[in-house]
Design a binder for this molecule. Structure first.
Ligand SMILES: *Cc1c(COP(=O)(O)O)cnc(C)c1O
Length: 464
């Protein structure tokens, strides 16, 4: 058998990686000089690297390993499915058992009448589906002019041309000729960074009303849909003020537009319910799912459609699909992941045990001299670092300078935590125990102490 073994010294692996592997979202030359950390195995909530370090993974990979690492059941299911039927497509009047079973299960778990899934291999391509789908929906209903999709600045909806256009990441829009036409971005509900003198409630309403203003300005007959993450993930775990989502729902109800909830991170237990839409009490017409759908064990995503949206789309020939839409191995793995989430009551564990325990400790980080705000919903949280809590000032250094220091201090303390600018974020596996959470908080606190000392040394604690 051609096993992928780890028999080389770390430096040799790093040199080969630098020579031949181009990393996503990286300055590859600089990374090559520093050397990428080589992860060799993982169990539960812990990664092991090629030097034998044991690292607590407070990001669940990339927000996806909801059930934790090392679950043999998923490996068994994948092997069995590969032997039985490793691949078949669902294009030409054919289907197969894993995709039927998974579609049925998602209809059962998804709220309301979200009963129909169009599959993709991840979140980006699922959101590409959504762009074509909502435009085809309105075309089919005799309103081809409704083709504008409203999204938000600093949203993340994926990295393909379509989904990155939906997203509102300025650094992504600066490269490669995006956004594509007819995507309109409104402001994000990020009170810490953009709330100015308003109180959070007032600011949340103002940002929600930007949706109504955009619909009126563009014309209701031009707007197809609004897309948003229930809690912005890659944007920095931005939790909207309480006033925001009820107002967004009111506006979506008032005007004839579709609401797309991008549940790629929030779905499958992350917020303490099966879906973030339930936690935030919103009623989407379409949900994007990926990541936690398979806990990252296999690449799979999809768009879950309401009865009405599915009925309209099904009345026409929708000229769209991926070779790996509903891939049988990925579907079987996802189904087994959902069985584990359900039978082991992992969503209930988040809601009743892990999230309340983490929330108390996470919010207490606001007492740290470097931290001005601590936000958390379920098992996704963020802290804003600042040199001056009262004024919410930025550091006197390019955004992300202190964030990068903090991220490196986390890694040095065997903790994976990410930075987005100068916010530190977590999204750990949902199966974390209170003991794991204690370890997370202890390592994070130590890393923040060290970051604070370095920032003081470098004169970064003066407000900008
Ligand atoms: C990760 C992510 C995506 C993109 O998913 P990929 O599987 O990386 O293509 C889309 N939306 C959100 C909210 C995400 O976090």
């Amino acid at each position: 058998m051609n096993m992928i073994t780890n028999h080389m010294p770390t430096a040799a692996l790093q040199a080969l990686d630098a020579a031949h592997h181009v990393h996503p979202f990286s300055a590859n030359t600089a990374l090559g000089q520093e050397g990428a950390r080589v992860i060799t195995r993982a169990r539960g909530v812990t990664l092991t690297d090629s030097d034998g370090n044991e690292i607590l993974d407070a990001m669940a990979g990339l927000w996806c390993v909801n059930i934790g690492y090392g679950r043999d059941e998923l490996a068994e299911v994948a092997a069995r499915q590969m032997r039985e039927l490793p691949y078949y497509n669902t294009f030409f009047k054919t289907t197969h058992v894993p995709v039927i079973a998974l579609s049925q299960k998602l209809a059962e778990l998804a709220p309301g009448d979200l009963n129909h899934t169009f599959f993709a291999a991840g979140g980006s391509d699922a959101n590409d589906t959504n762009i074509r789908l909502v435009r085809t929906y309105w075309q089919t209903k005799g309103k081809p002019g409704k083709d504008v999709i409203i999204s938000r600045k600093n949203a993340y909806h994926g990295s393909s041309v379509g989904s990155a256009s939906l997203g509102g990441m300025a650094a992504m829009h600066a490269q490669g000729g995006i956004p594509i036409p007819n995507i309109h971005h409104i402001g994000q509900p990020n009170w810490w960074a953009e709330g100015g003198d308003m109180d959070p409630g007032e600011f949340g309403l103002a940002r929600a009303r930007e949706l109504e203003e955009a619909i009126l300005e563009l014309g209701e007959d031009r707007v197809a849909a609004f897309i948003a993450e229930p809690v912005q993930g890659a944007g920095g775990v931005i939790v909207a003020p309480d006033t925001y989502w009820p107002e967004i729902q009111r506006i979506c109800d008032k005007y004839e537009i579709l609401l797309i909830a991008d549940e790629v991170i929030c779905g499958f237990g992350r917020t303490g319910n099966w879906f973030g839409s339930q936690t935030l009490n919103i009623r989407p017409d379409i949900m994007t799912v990926a990541k936690g759908l398979s806990s990252g064990y296999a690449p799979i995503g999809g768009s879950i459609l309401s009865d009405e949206v599915a009925e309209v789309i099904s009345s026409t020939d929708f000229n769209h699909g991926y070779t790996y839409s509903g891939h049988p191995v990925a579907a079987a793995v996802a189904l087994e992941n959902l069985r584990i989430l359900e039978e082991e009551k992992i969503v209930e564990h988040v809601r009743d045990v892990a999230a309340p325990y983490l929330k108390a400790k996470w919010e207490a980080l606001v007492d740290h001299p470097l931290i001005g705000e601590a936000k958390i919903v379920g098992m996704m949280g963020s802290v804003a670092m600042t040199p001056h809590k009262e004024s919410r000032a930025a550091f006197a250094a390019p955004a992300g300078t202190v964030g990068q220091i903090a991220r490196d201090r986390c890694f040095a303390n065997n903790l994976v935590m990410r930075h987005v600018g100068d916010r530190m974020i977590i999204s750990p596996p949902l199966v974390m125990t209170p003991g794991d959470i204690d370890t997370l908080i202890a390592r994070a606190t130590k890393a923040l102490d060290e970051t604070h000392a370095i920032a003081k040394d470098q004169g970064l604690m003066d407000p900008a």
